[in-house]
Design a protein around this ligand. Structure first.
Ligand code: GLN
Length: 317
């Protein structure tokens, strides 16, 4: 069995030295202030061992990674009725694209592009005030991570609220097709705030354990969701979790993953581990550049892939 701690430490060391770091997101002004030099990595295996290195305890904006948790919550609330509002096919287009929405009558391709995640947030909001819905999402994330200190970065939420014209367009467009039930501003308010949840790699890897452990929360021994549902969420992460970079991510990393424009990625090795990486510089598709490279190294070394069953020795580009 390869040594997990050593692998995590060595990979974090290699990533520190790299000069190709991608571009930090700037369309949310508050995110542009983050240093591209940051790098964190944390892994929690199913035995409960934690291996972490670099800036693994620094909180960052989880952004679209929150969509994994909102999808889980919404499925718990409305079950498979959710799929009447959102599809589950890869979009092949950028995370904030509007073109598909017109052809597909306001039904977003999947729950991880912005339009889909806004529709999912709208389902969570129904029957609640925005503050209550947001409280429910935050409590859920804290429960999954076993950490009550996790909070929302209000400066990031306010920054996106001021500048989120594209998301406002997507939401209004869906509203015109009757896909959103609540006032657009309420739904967007909850959406911007859950995207602004701040977590460290360690907290995020802990929160992802239920997807690596067939729907169970190992801290409590209680099911979070049915194993079948965990399997399906993992499938959507694999096919849609990196927008139009999802194919490349599957090709290189071989595991379900969800990225955020804060530079984080949550990755699930089913039955083996939950992994979180953070490097704020992004590639063209808006996914962490070094995060993906680090994950490729780690998963090859550990033999973690849904497509292969053993470690891959030696590197090829
Ligand atoms: N809050 C961001 C947005 O809606 C999330 C995008 C992302 O992380 N890919 O634009």
């Amino acid at each position: 069995m390869p040594n997990l701690e050593l692998a995590v430490r060595e990979i974090a060391g290699e990533m520190r030295l790299r000069t190709d770091r991608g571009q930090v997101a700037s369309y949310i002004p508050e995110l542009a202030r983050v240093s591209p030099q940051a790098f964190g990595l944390a892994v929690v295996d199913v035995e409960g061992n934690v291996a972490a290195a670099g800036d693994c305890d620094a909180p960052f904006s989880i952004q679209s990674i929150s969509k994994v948790f909102t999808l889980t919550l919404a499925l718990g609330k409305v079950g498979d009725r959710l799929w009447a509002r959102v599809g589950r096919e890869p979009s092949g287009s950028p995370f904030n694209s509007i073109v598909q929405l017109e052809n597909e009558r306001g039904i977003p391709r999947n729950p991880f592009i912005n339009a889909g995640a806004i529709a999912v947030t709208d389902l969570i909001l129904s029957g609640h005030q925005p503050r209550e819905a947001l409280g429910e999402i935050l409590r859920f994330v804290r429960y999954l991570a076993g950490d009550q200190t996790i909070t929302i970065d209000d400066a990031v939420a306010a920054s996106e609220q001021r500048t989120g014209f594209r998301n406002r367009a997507l939401a209004n467009y869906m509203k015109s097709f009757g896909v959103l039930d609540n006032p657009v501003d309420f739904t967007l308010g909850v959406y911007f705030h859950h995207c602004a949840i701040a977590m460290s790699c360690r907290q995020l890897a802990l929160a992802g354990r239920y997807l690596a452990q067939f729907g169970n929360n190992p801290s409590t021994g209680l099911p979070v969701i049915q194993p079948e549902r965990a399997r399906r969420i993992n499938a959507i992460m694999l096919t849609c979790g990196h927008y139009d970079g999802s194919g490349e991510f599957a090709y290189r990393v071989g595991l379900p993953g969800k990225s955020g424009v804060g530079g984080g990625i949550l990755v699930i090795a089913p039955g083996k581990a939950s992994i979180a990486v953070w490097s704020p510089g992004l590639d063209k598709a808006g996914n962490s550049h070094l995060g993906r490279i680090a994950l490729e190294r780690l998963t090859k070394r550990m033999g973690w892939s849904v497509f292969a069953g053993q470690p891959i020795i030696g590197e090829r580009p």
